[in-house]
Ligand binder design. Structure first.
Ligand code: XMP
Length: 526
């Protein structure tokens, strides 16, 4: 029998081979991939429908089967190509993944009376491969109704909880491993250690995936991709486009031109910081376009949030095209697309997440420009982008900047955007940033900012009645912006923010605090 062509390729070095996370639709699938990467092993999500041939072509060091919402017995429950078991690749099944493995390999899965949700006390066997070096009593975080009641043929049970006597099994000869608990969540005390045991001991994956390695790999890739052609990049001020631009600059030097369109909706001093960092510090060729008046004119009289976004997006494209046109022939465009965007837009083969707001990322550019995309962050999660940024020497303030929407302050003024309102909001936001940083809370919060609803209320200042704007403080904690909780800011921090905003900023006489979670509210007000 002739072998598939891929098998005749030279064997890649272990540090070049991924660990693939087979996604059965579990809420933690992405998190598993992140945890594997935190163990410094490169990892990617693949859909459960992937064929054994496609997996073999990727030469993975291991497969991790994720959890999932279905019961393995449900109609249409996701399965995987049975030929995957024949590849001899080490496999770790988590929750649903473990149950599927049991079902496929001669074990048994049943709906018992004892579902487990949340914390469970585990008794683990220290002589096993998964639990080597770990205490035999430990806490595992569970979320299952079905349980494995007989392990796969040849596998032995290596951990138990009261409700699930088979909480983990392993079969080193067949290279099959399963855990009912979720090693990827922080509530599982030794979860990361269990994963490391699997990765380092079982799969013999070297912990070689570091920021420095990513930089080397990506710059080589960019160089190979663009050759001697010219490259363009739109800087937004955010960490993603900044890191993507620096990687491109490191790869091709002056073949790159960055265009920074200042729409006037950035926070205080942010535009200056972009120019200072890129042109001043890194000497990246930078075109700085001051388009503040144009954008303000386009928003005159507009208060509908979607209409604002649309106009800003459109105007951005127009300005960018004008500037790019002046540069002559350019073939490539660098974009800071992240792995989570790739996954969300169906990159993992799953459905496209519902769009609640039209996110006009400034930097989303027209197809008519006919530029080929270079996306050096396509396989990176946000925290990894930050580590790469640090390694590249980007200033701390830029690397750790909280997410900031493309349309910026324009969607934090509820109502028409005017110069006066922008000036007030910019100052109020600066006070919030300042006090949050002073309190050491900046990195803990997903976002913290000020909102200006364009209404007025009555106040009294000195002996005079005032009729002025309120400022709303919005601060949230979140892992991924899909859900968020309002941050319990200390009273003294709130007091400092409120006191300073009211005393320092004319035109504001009231400060309120937004105490809504997402859902049902969103993080931004528009
Ligand atoms: P929401 O408000 O929907 O926001 O809870 C979720 C995350 O997305 C950011 N966001 C935007 N980012 N353009 C962007 O580039 C936008 O129009 C936009 N709207 C919201 C928001 O700051 C939060 O991090």
């Amino acid at each position: 029998m002739s072998e598939p062509a891929v098998l005749s390729l030279p064997e890649p070095a272990p540090e070049e081979r991924p660990v693939l996370v087979v996604d059965f639709g579990g809420q933690y699938s992405q998190l598993i991939a992140r945890r594997v990467r935190e163990a410094r092993v490169y990892s990617e999500l693949v859909p459960h429908t992937i064929s054994a041939d496609a997996v073999r072509a990727r030469r993975p060091l291991a497969l991790v089967l994720s959890g999932g919402p279905a019961s393995v017995y449900a109609d249409g429950a996701p399965r995987m190509d049975p030929a995957l078991y024949e590849l001899g690749i080490p496999m770790l099944g988590i929750c649903y993944g473990m149950q599927l493995m049991a079902l496929d390999r001669g074990g048994r899965v049943e709906r018992t009376d004892t579902a487990e949700f949340g914390r469970a006390d585990l008794r683990a066997e220290r002589e096993s491969e998964l639990f080597t070096g770990l205490p035999d009593e430990q806490v595992g975080w569970m979320s299952h109704r079905d349980s494995v009641t007989a392990p796969p043929e040849g596998a032995r049970v290596v951990a138990a909880s009261a409700a699930a006597p088979i909480s983990a099994f392993e079969d080193p000869a067949a290279r099959l491993y399963g855990v009912q608990f979720h090693p990827e969540v922080v509530h599982t005390e030794y979860g990361q250690d269990v994963l490391k045991n699997f990765l380092y001991r079982v799969a013999e994956a070297p912990p070689a995936w570091t920021a420095a390695a990513v930089i080397e790999e990506e710059t080589a890739r960019i160089r190979a991709e663009v050759g001697s052609e010219r490259v363009l990049c739109a800087l937004s001020g955010g960490v993603d486009s900044a890191v993507a631009a620096l990687l491109a600059y490191k790869a091709v030097g002056d073949q790159l031109t960055c265009v920074f369109v200042d729409h006037g909706f950035m926070r205080k001093d942010e535009a200056e910081q972009v120019v200072e960092t890129f042109a001043g510090h890194f000497h990246v060729p930078l075109v700085h376009v001051d388009a503040r008046e144009r954008f303000l004119a386009r928003l005159a009289g507009v208060s509908d949030p979607e209409e604002k976004r649309r106009r800003i997006g459109e105007e951005f494209i127009r300005v960018f095209e004008e500037e790019a046109g002046k540069l002559g022939a350019v073939r490539y465009l660098v974009q800071g697309t992240l792995y989570s965007d790739v996954i969300e837009s169906g990159g993992s083969g799953e459905g496209v997440a519902a769009t609640i707001k039209s996110h006009h990322n400034v930097g989303g550019l027209p197809e008519e420009m006919d530029l080929e995309l270079v996306e050096p962050l396509r396989m990176l999660f946000k925290d990894e982008v930050r580590r790469v940024g640090e390694e590249l020497g980007m200033p701390e303030k830029m690397v750790w900047r909280q997410p900031f929407p493309g349309p910026g302050l324009a969607i934090r003024i509820i109502g028409e955007v005017t110069e006066e309102r922008l000036a007030i909001l910019r100052e109020a936001d600066a006070v919030v940033q300042d006090e949050i940083r002073r309190a050491g809370l900046y990195r803990e919060l997903w976002q913290s900012f000020a909102v200006l609803p364009a209404i007025r209320s009555v106040g009294v200042q000195g002996d005079e009645r005032t009729y002025a704007y309120p400022i709303v403080i919005r601060a949230v904690t979140s892992d991924d912006a899909m859900t968020a909780d309002w941050a319990r800011l200390p009273y003294d921090v709130l007091e400092a923010i409120s006191g300073r905003i009211i005393n320092e900023i004319p035109g504001v006489n009231r400060v309120a605090l937004d105490i809504s979670s997402k859902p049902p509210a969103t993080i931004e007000w528009e």
